[in-house]
Design a protein. Sequence first.
Length: 416
Amino acid sequence: MEIEEHFFRHEFGRIVAILTRLFGVQNIALAEDVTQDAFCRAMETWKLRGLPKNPSAWLMTTARNRALDILRRERTVRVAQPGLTRFLESEWTLVPTVEEAFSTYAVKDSQLRMMFSCCHPGISEEAQIALILHILCGFSVKEIAQAFVSNHAAIEKRITRAKKVLAGSTKLFDLADADLPVRLSAVLQALYLLFNEGYHGSSPEAAVRAELCQEALRLMDLLLEEPALVTPQSHALAALMHLNAARLPTRLDDSGNLVSFFEQDRSLWDHKLIAKGQALLDLSAAGTELTKYHLEAAIASMHTSAVRGEDTQWEHIVSLYDMLLAIHPSPVIALNRAIAIAQLEGPERGLQEIRVIQDLDRLSSYPFYPATLGELELRRRNYQVAAAHFSTALSLARNPMERNFLQRRIASCRES
């Protein structure tokens, strides 16, 4: 029996969202239990009889039937979303109500409402992302802990506390609520952080977690299917994700080692994703608001539109970083701006810009700060100084990929 792990993750999120809509958010644990039960039955049945023609439909049917059994047995407010209680009291309305909850449109709507529920203002940003990964993407607590460099107990407590906040609302967030713009901003930020954690995160196991990027893209595409959620800001973030995801195939070599941006084979970039990202960026220009997503997407577009590294319009990129720093000050953004200036005016100018970064001490544990100093000193042929910076970066490296990359840099300094 062969079936991709991603299939179970996606189906888990879909089914939990549907069942939570039926049972009420206060019974989210029950929704998860019923979903898990459907998965266990699937594994047992499929092992004996082989995969059904439509595994997704099989799981949905199993979960639906189990939900009907529970609602028939309980028939109380204790296990039902308050607004649905009256429809679940009679067999004549019970079955159609449950059937409707499993319809194609309702499934998408439930996932969106669950996403917005996870971004409740009473839940911390870190917990919002953990909830999205756990409930909507089907990631285990262990996987989330590994992705965000935390221990199992801490993530489990964070998710448990967040679910208690959710339970206070009793039902999934209504997309017609006046609070939608505020929630949308939180949802976009959560998806932005989720994608970034996959693209260049802090996992102790891998520098690139493509599955996190794919989940962020999947949820972003789901969001853009709902007209009320399609805004210039949403288009800008979607553009940024697609343009950066296009470079994922070249971030690692065949041996799993990190590849410097300047050494990547651009012919291997995903040009379909680039085209889609550019189209989304064009759509994002419809509004008057200029957000960090617009500017970061524009920078990504400048990189992906250059056929060769030497064709990159660094002057425009520096200007975009200037605007980005003005609306979203950050030492990491300032560091990236300094790298762009170094490409435009030389490594000495880049080093000068790094020295005047505000809050530079906030980069003390960021391995790519000393790594950048090493790269620029290497270009100046200060090999011993460069090696010392790379050694500092090596001591801060978070996973084997980063360590291997930096060890190769140190070796190149010694060879020179």
